[in-house]
Design a protein. Structure first.
Length: 277
């Protein structure tokens, strides 16, 4: 990722006055957000604050209660095939043998009239390209469940890349991954950001402030200033304690105090369903 890249101008994700939740109970309120082509947005916030719900809305898996969401100029449901999703963990049964190739192949399979259609030569090329992009081509014949946490995450990124997405959405990709593998993952994402827009959910404030281009904080409401700054407003909204207590060595350049009237940090902590998307 290069700081000198020209500021993006094409809107690819627009959320206006959006409320969302479950069984009539709002988890997210009055969300305003816009993402641009080439952006790399980091979303932080406490557990139960609505981050997973936001991802579900963007992926078209959860209808909104109020407001509007536009993804690549379409509804989230219509744009779903244009997004690549990388979950925090795989749902694969550890006792069920599946190869790395087959995991990535899932990104190319489409349901046909008589079931899943056979892979074409183009599909196989896309799978190999994705494996190479994620630096796991040499693992193609290995069992997915025998891999390390970092390797598994890169394979899941490859699966998402096999769909040829325009936006890559990642949910806590470094959870249960060691430090060396985490650094390698962020290097990979920086490289991918040269051709893809990225939306990354993470609890890791240090990583967010170091690697992404812009930062948003979600805790029922959202604070977003379209800049690479962890503000006191974000910390108040997301964690209700001073930035200094949370920074733990985050360089001062990424911390700032902003006074904004458009979003209030007085929010209640309504718990969100913690199920994976």
């Amino acid at each position: 990722m290069t700081e000198s890249m020209q500021a993006p101008t094409k809107s690819i994700l627009r959320i206006e006055d959006m409320w969302a939740g479950y069984d009539g109970e709002a988890v997210l309120e009055d969300i305003q957000f816009e993402m641009f082509a080439g952006d790399y947005v980091g979303i932080i916030g406490p557990n139960g604050g609505g981050k997973t719900t936001l991802i579900k809305v963007i992926l078209g898996l959860l209808p909104v209660m109020r407001g509007s969401v536009s993804v690549l100029g379409q509804s989230p449901v219509q744009a779903r095939d244009r997004l690549g999703y990388v979950p925090q963990v795989s749902r694969t049964d550890r006792d069920f043998p599946i190869s790395v190739w087959d995991v990535v192949r899932m990104g190319r399979e489409k349901a046909g009239f008589f079931g899943v259609r056979p892979l074409s030569a183009q599909d196989k090329q896309a799978i190999e390209r994705a494996l190479g992009q994620a630096d796991v081509l040499d693992l193609a014949k290995r069992s997915f469940n025998e891999l390390s946490g970092g390797q598994r995450q890169r394979v899941l990124i490859a699966r998402a890349l096999a769909t040829n997405p325009e936006i890559l959405v990642l949910d806590e990709p470094t959870a249960n991954v060691d430090g060396q593998s985490t650094a390698r993952l962020y290097d990979l994402l920086a490289e991918l950001n040269q051709s893809l827009s990225i939306l990354l959910v993470s609890h890791d404030l240090m990583a967010i402030s170091t690697h992404v281009k812009t930062i948003a904080c979600v805790n029922r409401k959202m604070v977003y200033h379209n800049e690479k700054v962890l503000t006191q407003e974000m910390m108040d909204l997301g964690y209700e304690c001073p930035v200094e207590l949370l920074a733990h060595g985050v360089p001062h350049r990424v911390l700032a105090h902003h006074d904004h009237d458009h979003l209030s940090s007085n929010t209640s902590h309504k718990q969100e369903d913690n199920q994976d998307v």
